[in-house]
Design a protein around this ligand. Structure first.
Ligand SMILES: [Zn+2]
Length: 102
């Protein structure tokens, strides 16, 4: 009898603790138990890795804020005519999304 989901109670506990583990919020003994489980359980290692990548990706996105229009204009005013031209082309394309070539 085999299951796709972790049937092991250790796995269920580990999955519940993984967020706390990544945040460093687990008490030392729980942390040790969690790490010992990872040694024996590739599935939970994969899960931990995916979650870590997800957190890294979302925090990167949060840091990326759109450049304010004023800053863009400022930079353009300082002399980047080619960039300005391509930006204008992009804007034209965006404001006419249904336009077809030809
Ligand atoms: Zn596991």
């Amino acid at each position: 009898m085999s299951r796709a989901l972790p049937a092991d109670l250790d796995c269920i506990v580990a999955v519940e603790q993984v967020t706390d583990y990544l945040e460093g919020a687990l008490p030392p003994h729980a942390r040790t138990e969690f790490e010992q489980h990872l040694v024996t359980c590739p599935g939970c290692v994969t899960y931990l890795r995916q979650l870590r990548a997800q957190i890294a990706a979302s925090s990167t996105l949060a840091e990326q804020r759109p450049v304010p229009e004023e800053v863009t204009q400022e930079l353009l005013a300082q002399g980047m005519p080619e960039l300005q031209r391509s930006l204008e082309q992009l804007r034209e394309r965006r404001t006419r999304p249904l336009a077809r070539p030809g």
